[in-house]
Design a protein around this ligand. Structure first.
Ligand SMILES: N[C@@H](CCC(=O)N[C@@H](CS)C(=O)NCC(=O)O)C(=O)O
Length: 214
């Protein structure tokens, strides 16, 4: 299995889940944005699928999965006993889906043009700042009563929320109005899976830099 990723992006969510499950997937670092990269094995990233965005997950039979929320669920369903996703057909699974869709459409896609497409100027930042406020407040109110997105147990929705809401820190947003979300980011950031995924991405960068110098 191979995860195509870019540091500091949404591909960190499936990377956390791989670490939660102890799956040693190969990492392939790609460049996104206006000038997406050619991947190390000589293939053009754009030919791999979707719209040259991460995450992409290549399976051992060569199939390539795209769309983060599908990849997260694929990984969780490989190990149903992990508890990272409730059983299919349960109301809890629908609740998980509600949150995954909310994070994807109401948070992720507000942040991403602001973060990754500076060529669009100030407009995406203005729209995002305005529209994110009520959405982050909703998340904050939920986390006032729940340790994790689904209540008492870490799930793939936490890997995704942590990754996307973590951009508030990269953007140095004022979190005074969202104390529960702020504490949640600290809490999830302490998990072994999160620290290990970060360490592996840094190590991958170090090895690449060294081989580029050699
Ligand atoms: N619909 C895709 C979107 C993924 C996405 O937006 N990825 C961003 C990084 S967080 C990206 O690669 N953007 C490249 C671009 O917009 O050109 C998903 O949910 O997986």
């Amino acid at each position: 299995m191979k995860l195509y990723y870019t540091p500091h992006t949404c591909s960190f969510a499936p990377h956390i889940v791989l670490r939660e499950l102890g799956i040693d997937a190969e990492l392939s670092r790609v460049r996104i944005g206006p000038d997406p990269s050619v991947v190390a094995d000589g293939r053009d990233f754009r030919e791999l699928g979707a719209l040259a965005y991460v995450p992409l997950l290549e399976l051992d039979d060569g199939r390539v999965l795209h769309e983060g929320v599908s990849i997260l669920q694929y990984l969780a369903d490989l190990h149903p006993d992990s508890g990272l996703a409730p059983a299919h057909g349960s109301v809890e699974r629908i609740e998980l889906n509600q949150w995954l869709i909310f994070i994807s459409s109401e948070l992720h896609k507000l942040f991403s043009p602001w973060l990754f497409h500076p060529e669009y100027g100030e407009t995406p930042a203005k729209i995002a700042r305005d529209r994110l406020q009520p959405r982050l407040a909703l998340v904050d109110a939920h986390l006032a009563k729940n340790e994790f997105v689904l209540g008492q147990r870490f799930s793939i929705a936490d890997a995704y929320l942590y990754t996307i809401a973590g951009w508030t820190r990269a953007l140095k947003m004022d979190m005074t109005a969202y104390p529960n979300l702020d504490a949640y980011l600290d809490r999830i950031g302490q998990r072994d899976s999160v620290r290990d995924a970060l360490r592996r991405e840094r190590e991958d960068a170090r090895v690449r830099a060294e081989s580029a110098r050699a």
